[in-house]
Design a protein around this ligand. Structure first.
Ligand code: GTP
Ligand code: MG
Length: 344
């Protein structure tokens, strides 16, 4: 058994955007996985969560991110569906986020769920970066796998470069129409007032080092401003899914966004009729880089700290609901915590 109480909270990064614009593919590229291949019609239908440790972020970002420059434990990525019927899941994913990536197919530009996603981010004032994805589909593009954007951009023909430029400027115009001052990320001085646009390919990995670098910069600044977040208090989270698990009965896939939860603690979970009060029987942690949606080998842990995806096994979870709040009671009055869950 392993105990985990990180001193700095892991930032939560939501990945939002229109259907098929490449959200899951981008995460697959970062974690070196192929989650997309298991999806029916390559359509994401649930919110996912994946912990990416700092050393992997550094490895994918190459020279651009040195682990010595950051004191964050890593990033927790939240994948969301882009299909129009999943508005609730998109806002749920957006609401969990500290920062976000808005993925836009650079050929398609703004689409209905791009607009929807950007409104969610604007409403919650979530800082975000735009990944202008699928640059490898630019006619005449000559891919340089996993290269930072500048090197591969400079290596293209004039024709391919100007086709990409045109798409990028259209996208920057669309962001401006939506009320956001945006520019290519290397021209952005102040990421608080301007949205950085990073040209990437989830297919070839081009630009992904740049994307992770900008993201780590945003994350580091965000966490510094949010120092008051208590990483050792009683845990708070949101249910992603209610699932049967062999040997455990009904379990909850939860994103823990605050505090800690222990394997023997009492929790209150939002239920169909009334809040459920129950005792954690097991805390099951996905392996690093694993998508909680598809993970089949969990590690049993004694406690886990935010932010993290965790599967919670406990009695009486049959009436729990996706989207419901989860709260650890610890040294508080149970009735107060029940009230808190009812109020949400
Ligand atoms: P939903 O979850 O359903 O909203 O879609 P998504 O945004 O997760 O898109 P997904 O990653 O499933 O990709 C959709 C399709 O685009 C797949 O066929 C991917 O292989 C393809 N694709 C994604 N990114 C790229 C890219 O950078 N280049 C190319 N050529 N194809 C890509
Ligand atoms: Mg997807």
């Amino acid at each position: 058994h392993e105990t985990e109480t990180p001193s700095l909270r892991t930032p939560i990064v939501a990945v939002l955007g229109h259907v098929d614009h490449g959200k899951t593919s981008l995460l697959d590229k970062i974690r070196g996985s192929t989650v997309i291949e298991g999806e029916a019609g390559a359509i994401t239908q649930h919110i996912g969560a994946t912990a990416v440790p700092l050393d992997i972020v550094s490895k994918v970002a190459g020279k651009l991110v040195s682990p010595d420059d950051f004191d964050l434990p890593g990033l927790l990525f939240i994948d969301t569906p882009g299909h129009h019927s999943f508005t609730t899941l998109r806002s749920r994913g957006g609401a969990l986020a500290d920062i976000a990536i808005l993925v836009v197919d650079v050929n398609d530009g703004f689409q209905p769920q791009t607009e929807e996603a950007i409104n969610i981010l604007a409403q919650s004032q979530t800082p975000f970066v735009v990944a202008a994805n699928k640059i490898d589909t630019t006619p005449g593009w000559n891919p340089n796998p996993d290269s930072p954007i500048k090197a591969t951009y400079d290596a293209q023909s004039d024709r391919a470069r100007s086709m990409l430029d045109q798409n990028l400027y259209e996208l920057i115009g669309e962001l401006s129409d939506a009320g956001f001052s945006a520019d290519l990320y290397w021209r952005v001085q102040n990421f608080q007032n301007n949205i950085g646009v990073v040209p990437v390919s989830a297919e070839t990995g081009e630009g992904v080092p740049d994307l992770l670098t900008v993201l780590m910069g945003l994350a580091q600044r965000y966490m510094r401003e949010d120092m008051e977040i208590d990483v050792t208090g009683p845990g708070a989270g949101t249910v992603l899914e209610v699932k049967e698990e062999k040997g455990f009965g009904t379990t909850l896939d939860v994103v823990l966004y605050d505090g800690t939860v222990g394997a023997d603690e009492t929790i209150v979970v939002g239920g169909k009729n009334a809040p459920i009060v129950t005792d954690v029987r097991a805390l099951l942690k996905p392996r690093p880089l694993a998508e909680i949606r598809t993970e089949d080998r969990f590690e049993k842990v004694d406690s886990i700290g935010a932010a993290a995806g965790v599967k919670i096994a406990a009695p009486d979870l049959d009436d729990a609901m996706a989207g419901a709040p989860v709260r650890v009671v610890r040294d508080r009055e149970i009735d107060d915590v029940i009230e808190e869950v009812e109020a949400e």
